[in-house]
Design a protein around this ligand. Structure first.
Ligand code: GDP
Ligand code: IMO
Ligand code: MG
Length: 439
């Protein structure tokens, strides 16, 4: 049995979808454990591209079960659309057979999306640049104990009670903003309708995951976003509203301490969507070149991603706080053709030097990255399949990151396709790491 957590360790979009898809070939169960449809996880199979928002990325593997866990906020209407969309692409999705939804998952309701938008407007220049999917307000209601959970859909009376409890607050809030009230009966009717579609997938998710673990099944926990967007550990307030790291697995009803390995996913450079500090950001032609070469446009909102150099300070911190055992480095191919590469090794600000990430935005705002320059390479890497075949400069780049992070990088990704992967073999002294990444 193995239980592995795959977590992004930058600001999201590290290529988690590709890594999960790769690893799910040998998994029995894939559990999405946090976030909502703010996520966009891309999987490219042959000529087909799939972008998954709520569905776990194991959905493309026949025979793998997929579960949306208790820490996830589910927009039920968007989930229905996503299921229908993916079915339309020829993928089998059967609620209760290969797709399950935790009874304890909270629902994103239409007023959450509205609230997300209004809050962004009110923030003005301080806006976060959210995905506008209602994520923050849904987590807010969870904490305020006026949220609706997936299980509420199963009982008409309970549902009506929960809707009334929520609307007692929401309608006042909307009234204060001069917005129309939510029509209770219409909302109830809409929820009942969407419930009829989704309820066959309802499950006591924690019990199922723990049973799978007892039965020695292979379990993959799929993280969303990235550690630097974590609500507590990220660049607050420019973060999402959930616990991104392995601790978020607790909400799925599985003890995080029973997760055996944590696989971090990072790009060979950095991207960020939305606002907030980004010490290695490239605002010049080089940033534009990386954006074009890496096709760096958001998988959820289509926004151009901000691009910059690899940030060893931030990633080292993320590795530490997430307890990452090993790293999968993606998009190495995108750096081809750049004569020199920079890697941030420290920050400087207000006369101080930081080698350890200053986990507080006020400090970070004044920080400038200090770089180590490395040689670039010209060669196209997309067809390379062994570490030895890589240009010497690319090998040196990977080894430099490995050294700086203090963990092995047993897998490199050199293109979006399933087979565009380099397995480096068992790193010395870390035999079981290689097993986790399927080497
Ligand atoms: P996720 O949110 O972490 O799953 O990542 P996204 O899917 O949002 O963004 C990653 C993007 O990079 C997608 O378009 C992937 O198809 C693409 N991708 C993944 N790995 C590689 C790689 O090694 N090279 C290149 N060029 N693209 C990659
Ligand atoms: P995946 O799983 C990149 C960012 C948004 C915004 C901030 C808050 O594909 O890596 P939210 O809508 O969550 O309240 O927005 O977080 N964000 C992501 N950026 N990838 C993601 O997910 C993201 N999910 C949220 O752009 O800056
Ligand atoms: Mg993404």
């Amino acid at each position: 049995m193995s239980s592995i957590c795959v977590v992004g360790i930058q600001w999201g979009d590290e290529g988690k979808g590709k890594v999960i898809d790769m690893m799910s070939e040998s998994s029995d169960l894939v559990v999405r454990y946090s976030g909502g449809n703010n996520a966009g996880h891309t999987v490219v199979v042959g000529g087909d591209k799939f972008v998954l928002h709520l569905l776990p990325s194991g959905i493309l593997r026949p025979g793998t079960q997929n579960l949306i866990g208790g820490g996830v906020v589910v927009d039920p209407w968007e989930l229905v659309k996503e299921i229908e969309g993916i079915r339309g692409l020829g993928i089998q999705v059967e609620l209760g057979k290969n797709l399950f939804i935790s009874w304890t998952a909270h629902l994103i309701l239409p007023y959450h999306r509205m609230q997300d938008k209004v809050m962004e407007e009110l923030r003005g220049h301080g806006k976060i640049g959210t995905t506008g999917r209602g994520i923050g307000p849904a987590y807010q209601d969870r904490a305020s104990r006026i949220g609706l959970r997936f299980s509420d859909l199963a009982d008409r009376e309970v549902l009506a009670k929960r809707v009334d409890a929520a609307l007692a607050f929401k309608n006042r809030f909307l009234q204060g903003l001069g917005k129309p009230r939510i029509d209770r009966d219409q909302l109830l009717q809409d929820l009942e309708e969407v419930g009829r579609f989704l309820l066959p997938g309802g499950v006591d998710a924690g019990a199922e995951i723990r049973r799978a673990a007892r039965e020695k099944k292979e379990i993959l926990f799929e993280g969303a976003q990235g550690m630097m967007l974590d609500v507590d550990l990220g660049t607050y307030p420019y973060v999402t509203s959930s616990s991104v790291g392995p601790s978020g697995i607790g909400a799925a009803g599985f003890p995080p301490r029973n997760v055996q390995r944590v696989v971090g996913v990072a790009k060979a450079y950095t991207t960020r969507v939305g606002e907030g500090p980004f010490p290695t950001e490239l605002l010049d032609d080089l940033g534009e070149r990386i954006r074009t070469q890496g096709r760096e446009f958001g998988a959820t909102t289509g926004r151009p991603r901000r691009c910059g150099w690899f940030d060893l300070v931030a990633v080292r911190y993320a590795v530490e706080v997430a307890g990452v055992d090993e790293l999968c480095l993606t998009n190495l191919d995108v750096l081809s053709g750049l004569p020199k590469l920079q890697v941030a090794v420290s920050y400087e600000g207000k006369g101080r030097k930081y080698e350890v990430f200053p986990a507080g935005v006020p400090d970070l705002d004044h920080c400038e990255a200090r770089y180590q320059e490395l040689e670039g390479w010209e060669e196209d890497l997309t067809g390379v399949r062994t570490f030895e075949e890589l240009p010497a400069a690319a090998r040196a780049y990977v080894e430099f990151l490995e050294e700086g992070l203090g963990i092995p990088i047993p897998v490199l990704s050199v293109g979006p396709g399933r087979n565009q992967v380099i397995h480096r073999g068992a790193p010395s002294g870390k035999g079981s790491n290689a097993r986790a990444l399927g080497v």
